[in-house]
Design a protein around this ligand. Structure first.
Ligand SMILES: *Cc1c(COP(=O)(O)O)cnc(C)c1O
Length: 385
């Protein structure tokens, strides 16, 4: 495919088998655990579902790599599998990791409670304070890990500065790009080494599978693949098929997510019952400058605080008709959640407080419903007593 082919076209055509298998317009599911021996000489070349190299994996991996203009990609059993396999590939006993302090709850808990057991040291860094990164850097630092939009405070760090810092100090730079999706941000184009996704979210978009991927250079992805072959976090062919199907509509869905979330954020910002809105698309937001520089859209995720704290938050959420109270994000339906009781419940109240996540912070994943219906629903739910 030509280099200047647009992402909307790549979503449909990149990676598709040529010639089509049996003429099938839609990639069939190859539900076979193993494949007949064909002269392979290395373990990694044997075709087997756990080795992530069956026809459904290959098509999907080529498509994912094309979306972010990278050489290679690996699909994994979950977003966490892509993150843990990536970190454990490039960090070993005695190494040090720099990691952003406002992470997805699962990643935060993994770093904070697991990696020291492998003899890996780490320091949390403030994404917006470059001096702080220099201070925390050590001779044994190997990896810097950030999120392109953080959860649930929706912060956007200076992503180019992260890449430059990594290059200057010969670190591997990894970014969790789940929230923007490849439509809004493509990390490789800015020099990141690796981009991880929870494909459970926007890439699949239909809230019906758990999956992940990591995208980057052929050399690095090959190393992670070998690690994952041992760790075992592979994606089943049927889930590959569903993810492949979901990805084809990513651009249409993201356009609507971007537009709906901006409108919702503006509505909430102007509402007297709302204390604070976190959304990088708002000009008043302190992360707007970075978001505008790096992103083609601001995504569908926002968080906010109501006046009246926890009791208002609970009442408001119960009154919503079109937003389901549920964790997770990135599907076609709008969802609301209190991160303190779901994604970030693994952190202590004190850890949450230090990260600026209050117990009554509401996070909303804005879906692709009609804007007017979403706004009318929010409006009635904000009439609290
Ligand atoms: C959901 C999520 C993950 C974890 O993904 P799973 O698919 O649930 O394993 C990681 N990072 C971010 C930003 C997420 O939203």
């Amino acid at each position: 495919m030509k280099k200047n082919t647009k992402i909307e076209t790549k979503l449909i055509h990149s990676g598709e088998p040529n010639p089509r298998i049996g003429g099938a317009v839609s990639m069939p599911i190859f539900q076979s655990a193993m494949y007949e021996y064909c002269g392979e000489e290395k373990y990694q070349d044997i075709k087997y579902i756990r080795l992530n190299n069956t026809p459904n994996h290959i098509v999907l991996q080529e498509k994912l790599a094309a979306l972010e203009n990278a050489e290679s990609a690996l699909v994994t059993a979950s977003g966490m599998a892509s993150i843990t396999a990536s970190l454990l590939t490039f960090l070993e006993k005695g190494d040090h990791l720099l990691v952003q302090d406002t992470l997805y709850g699962g990643t935060h808990t993994f770093v904070n409670h697991e990696i020291e057991k492998w003899g890996i040291e780490f320091d949390f860094i403030d994404g917006n304070n470059l001096n702080n990164w220099e201070e925390k850097l050590r001779p044994n630092t190997k990896v810097i890990y950030v999120e392109s939009i953080t959860n649930p405070l929706i912060k956007v760090t200076d992503l180019k500065a992260v890449v430059e810092f990594a290059k200057n100090h010969e670190l591997i730079s990894i970014v969790d790009n789940t929230f923007p999706s490849p439509i809004n941000f493509r990390p490789t184009e800015w020099g990141f080494d690796l981009s991880c996704h929870s494909c459970t979210k926007y890439l699949n978009g239909h809230s019906d599978i758990v999956a992940g991927c990591v995208i980057g250079s052929k050399n690095l992805i090959e190393k992670i693949t070998h690690k994952l072959n041992h760790l075992g976090g592979t994606l089943d062919p049927h889930a590959c098929f569903l993810l492949h199907r979901g990805i084809k509509t990513l651009s249409l869905r993201m356009e609507r997510h971007n537009a709906n979330a901006l409108r919702v954020a503006q509505f909430l910002e102007d509402h007297p019952g709302v204390d604070k809105v976190n959304y990088p698309g708002l000009e008043s937001n302190s992360h707007h400058k970075n978001a505008k520089r790096y992103f083609d859209g601001f995504s569908g995720m926002l968080s906010f605080e109501l006046k009246g704290g926890m009791s208002s938050a609970k009442q408001f959420m119960e009154k919503l008709n079109f937003s389901i109270i549920a964790p997770s994000l990135g599907g076609v339906e709008s969802l609301v959640t209190l991160p303190s009781t779901t994604s970030h419940s693994g952190m202590s109240t004190n850890e949450r407080k230090n990260s600026g996540i209050s117990n009554s912070l509401i996070r909303m994943s804005v879906g692709i419903e009609h804007m007017d219906d979403l706004i009318a629903d929010l409006k009635q739910a904000l009439e609290l007593h």
